[in-house]
Design a protein around this ligand. Structure first.
Ligand code: SF4
Length: 219
């Protein structure tokens, strides 16, 4: 499933199916570019391979830019409140495709808000600053903070780059603030203790970043 819509309870459906269930409620349109990821989070559904492979978010192959554009061309835009790049993998791994598609989305729907959900490790993956690529085409970057220390972050995400991943993710967030109007770092309530959430808030305050505590149900 390349493009999908979400429903209450965290359920997601391909657009045609989603419209059969609800043809009137405005909601987000999600794009799933890749299943590749440079993290191996302990809580990720991809870990449960059988579940991942049976999920419609598991891509047999990555869609081409033209295939995604074709899906966008036939999207029910009158219902769409936001275009989100998300899915069962890390979108910045396909940076060129991501940038081309965000640019295309802004061309065909100039006023529609766009969002990227990311683990924030794109600059480590590409070995360079990438935040400037999003200037003028991305409205919100939602970056998973997950934890308040490099050690705990690594324990949860098992990121490819080890302990340095935590600081690189925060630096990426600071770079994004220069080019993207809304940058939020996220932690999930219930699975993050109140003490750790306070420590995350302190980190964000020190770096002038915004923290959002996501409800566990959204995960
Ligand atoms: S960053 Fe996201 S897609 Fe990657 S392993 Fe973690 S939860 Fe899964």
């Amino acid at each position: 499933m390349i493009v999908y819509m979400t429903h209450k309870g965290g359920k997601y459906f391909p657009v045609d199916e989603s419209l059969k269930l609800d043809a009137t409620t405005p909601r987000g349109l999600y794009v799933n570019l890749t299943n590749r990821c440079n993290c191996d989070c302990v809580f990720c559904l991809r870990q449960k391979k059988s579940m991942a492979k049976s999920s419609s978010l598991w891509l047999e192959r990555e869609p081409t830019v033209d295939e995604v554009k074709a899906e966008l061309d036939r999207a029910p835009w009158h219902l769409v409140t936001e275009l989100v790049f998300c899915g069962f993998g890390e979108p910045t791994i396909r940076l060129d495709a991501l940038v081309e598609l965000l640019t295309y989305a802004k061309k065909i729907r100039p006023t529609l808000p766009t969002r990227l959900n990311t683990n924030g490790l794109g600059e480590l993956y590409h070995g360079r600053e990438i935040a400037s690529n999003f200037a003028g085409i991305l409205d919100t970057a939602s970056i998973s903070l997950n934890a308040a220390t490099a050690e705990r972050y690594f324990k949860l995400t098992r990121a490819t780059y080890g302990l340095k991943s935590f600081d690189a993710m925060l630096t990426f967030a600071e770079h994004m603030k220069i080019f993207v109007p809304h940058v939020v770092l996220t932690v999930v309530d219930k699975v993050t203790s109140p003490e750790e959430i306070s420590a995350c808030q302190k980190i964000c305050d020190e770096r002038n970043l915004t923290l959002r505590v996501r409800p566990y149900e959204d995960s």
